[in-house]
Design a protein around this ligand. Structure first.
Ligand code: NAP
Ligand code: GDP
Length: 348
């Protein structure tokens, strides 16, 4: 019999406000958060608080699709705060090929984490949406109140609907029980420790890996699609800082967009050119227009973020310039190509 719907009648346990549990702690964003938390001085703006304990989960410790395993992990660590990053994540082509898996895995993980948080009386939970939750047909720029105004783009409707529902769940838990659950909406994330799978990765790690192989094998560097779509990219190490700010300062249930400004949209062609430059690739470049472009653009406004950060006195935060962040990411890939486990899977 499935354990999915078997919820125990009693609360899981009392929480410790000093424990911060991060689901998806081994992923791109989770590893950036680990890097930040363990490199910043204790008590600094983006470091640990004195006496605070951070726990980073990965899937071997707990399959969050299973509520019983999730409850056990909450019973073990008794977190007072949770950053919920764990998700089935992939680029355009992974989403297009597995809509149901992206829908179901994410629905189950989100339901387990939110329900276990509720049962164990977590004080604050920050979950992660994505700009693909927004309607396909909507006026730009995207702003927080437009999420539910129409269906998302068809290319990733499974993932998008599962992610949208987190906002509904947050409001339902708050409305009925007063729970303090919120969510953030990052744009396309990249950085050290990304998923470099040639088929399933997002565009930046996918193209870093393809450019590397093209250089090694002296073959053309093939970019999928026309190169014309525009995206706002956020460096994982900048995003990690914003997560700390949200955990400490952001008080709303409604989501908040975490993004560079609208003026910082970059075309896929510019991404490819920046990778070529960082990698020192000198061979031919081809655009495979038989492959999908996905959404042409989805510019998001960071007006709410900049206003609230200013009001909270967090004016020391600055986004890393795109080309510097990209160079750091390419350098990380080159330094870790042989050893990083995730890259080992990358030829699939
Ligand atoms: P990622 O690198 O693919 O990492 C996913 C994390 O989730 C890993 O730690 C993985 O653990 C964990 N996980 C996956 N399935 C699990 C399961 N069944 N049980 C427990 N843990 C599981 O993803 P990411 O890029 O860091 O994304 C973090 C968050 O940001 C996600 O919520 C994602 O939707 C959101 N986001 C990402 C992007 C982006 O461009 N990457 C953009 C917008 C929003 P293992 O590695 O141990 O399997
Ligand atoms: P999105 O931002 O959610 O659409 O996801 P992606 O990070 O997968 O970016 C997709 C965009 O990058 C589309 O316009 C693709 O055509 C383009 N692209 C070009 N080459 C690649 C590649 O190797 N992998 C991926 N995922 N996208 C690519």
């Amino acid at each position: 019999m499935s354990t999915i719907n078997q919820l125990p009648p009693t609360p899981v346990s009392a929480t410790s406000d000093n424990v911060v549990l991060v689901t998806g702690g081994s992923g791109l964003v989770g590893s950036a958060l680990q890097h930040l938390i363990f490199s910043e001085p204790i008590g600094s703006s983006y470091g640990r608080k004195e006496g605070e304990e951070w726990v980073f989960l990965s899937s071997p410790e707990c399959d969050l699709r299973n509520i019983t395993q999730t409850q056990e992990v909450f019973r073990k660590y008794k977190p007072g705060k949770v950053i919920h990053l764990a998700a089935k994540v992939g680029g355009l082509f992974a989403n297009m090929s597995s809509q149901h898996t992206f829908l179901r895995d994410n629905l189950l993980m989100n339901d387990s984490v939110l329900q276990a948080s509720h049962e164990s009386k977590v004080n604050k939970l920050v979950s992660c949406l994505s700009t693909c939750v927004f309607p396909d047909q909507v006026t730009y720029p995207l702003t927080e109140e437009k999420i539910h105004l129409g269906p998302p783009h068809s290319s990733n409707f499974g993932y998008s609907h599962a992610k949208r529902l987190i906002d509904i769940q947050n409001h339902a838990y708050h409305d009925q029980f007063g729970d303090q659950y919120t969510s953030v909406i990052p744009t396309n994330v990249f950085g050290p420790g990304d998923n470099y799978d040639l088929k399933d990765a997002h565009v930046i790690p996918g193209l870093i890996h393809k450019c590397y192989l093209a250089k090694q094998n002296e073959t053309p560097f093939v970019v999928s699609g026309s190169g014309k779509p525009l995206r706002q990219f956020i460096y994982s190490r900048d995003l990690a800082k914003l997560f700390i700010w949200v955990l400490r300062e952001y008080k709303e249930i409604d989501p908040i967009i975490l993004s560079v400004g609208e003026e910082d949209e970059v075309s896929i062609r510019e991404v490819a050119d920046a990778i070529i430059e960082s990698m020192g690739f000198t061979g031919p470049v081809e655009y495979d227009t038989s492959k999908a472009d996905g959404q042409y653009r989805k510019p998001a406004s960071n007006a709410k973020l900049t206003r609230l950060m200013r009001e909270s006195g967090s004016e020391d935060f600055h986004f890393t310039p795109f080309k510097i962040a990209l160079k750091e990411s390419v350098d990380w890939f080159l330094e870790n190509y042989q050893s990083a486990a995730r890259i080992g899977m990358a030829g699939s």
